[in-house]
Design a binder for this molecule. Structure first.
Ligand code: C2E
Ligand code: CA
Ligand code: CA
Ligand code: CA
Length: 279
């Protein structure tokens, strides 16, 4: 590239925009991260209001970068999705989470359900159903203890293939939750077309539930619609007792959020079991 400098024409290399540079470095490191064992799972408790007990954990992946420290998923999941790295990473998450939840059981910590996030990209392969089946068989985890959290975008991608995979998993006994419910573009028709068990009410609706009448109305409507369709509701991002009380009064069955526990690594989970009474 040529530009007119003070003393006439001079050459300069185009300076890459910092974001582009950052993205290239992250993508390069991400390709190596799986082989180097840099991913870890954190687990966040899920609370069952019906029996007033801890019944499950959501697995949330983190990247322990050698120089940058702990990288949150919002920084690297989108890159993993674009590059296709989400497929091997997603397999690693499934395998690791199923194994750890089974280990806790064998250590006498109790039998819990594990909820795992799946990206749309993971559903573009027919083999997803078989891979999940193989992981369940290898870890010895009962299918009923596995819940898959998918976003509305997954259902929009390749509807026929997705329906086929979900149907197969449902027959196994795996449950399906729609994550971030209410934030997508899709119509409600897919709730009839896909074998869905649960709606996970997005944190953005829960946040101001006590002060904002519109959010309160949206949440009440989701819960009552779900109930009439025979679907379970879980609310995410529950941070206060006032939010919990509102959700409980509306008939929401399950809760997740800082009020019940933050995402924690496996060793913190073990100490959490030690002193657990619930909020
Ligand atoms: P998500 O599935 O909606 O996960 C919930 C996020 O909310 C988590 O952020 C969690 O730490 C945070 N959170 C939980 N309770 C509270 C609360 O009471 N208050 C507030 N302010 N935040 C709360 P995190 O761990 O950073 O995950 C962000 C997103 O990354 C997830 O959103 C999910 O979409 C994605 N993600 C995480 N792990 C995986 C994975 O293994 N596979 C895929 N495909 N995506 C993942
Ligand atoms: Ca989730
Ligand atoms: Ca969510
Ligand atoms: Ca969310």
């Amino acid at each position: 590239v040529k530009a007119k400098g003070r003393n006439g024409w001079s050459f300069y290399a185009p300076r890459m925009n910092d974001e582009v540079q950052e993205r290239i470095v992250l993508e390069r490191d991400l390709r190596l991260a799986l082989a180097r064992g840099e991913f870890v799972l954190h687990y966040q408790p899920q609370w069952d209001l019906t029996n007033d007990c801890l019944f499950g954990w959501e697995a949330l992946v983190r990247w322990q970068h050698p120089q940058r420290g702990l990288v949150p998923p919002d920084k690297f999941i989108p890159i993993a999705e674009e590059t296709g790295l989400i497929v091997p990473l997603g397999d690693w998450v499934l395998e690791t989470a199923c194994r750890e939840i089974r280990d806790w059981e064998q250590e006498g910590l109790g039998s819990y359900r594990i909820a795992i996030n799946l990206s749309a990209r993971q559903f573009t392969q027919q083999a997803l159903g078989e891979r999940i089946e193989a992981i369940l068989a290898a870890t010895g985890l009962a299918p009923g203890r596995l819940e898959l959290e998918i976003t509305e975008s997954v259902l929009m991608e390749d509807a026929d293939l997705t329906a086929e995979i979900l149907q197969r998993l449902k027959q196994l006994g795996v449950t399906i939750a729609i994550d971030d419910f209410g934030t997508g573009y899709s119509s409600l028709a897919y709730l009839k077309a896909f074998p869905v068990n649960k709606l996970k009410i997005d944190r953005s609706f829960v946040r101001d539930i006590v002060s904002d009448p519109n959010d309160a109305a949206i949440v009440s409507a989701i819960i009552s619609m779900a109930r009439s369709m025979g679907l379970v509701t879980i609310a995410e991002g529950v941070e206060t007792e006032a939010q919990r009380d509102f959700l409980m009064a509306q008939g929401c069955q399950e809760l997740q959020g800082y009020l019940f526990g933050r995402p924690m690594n496996a060793s913190a989970v073990r100490s959490f079991f030690g002193g657990q009474d619930g909020p």
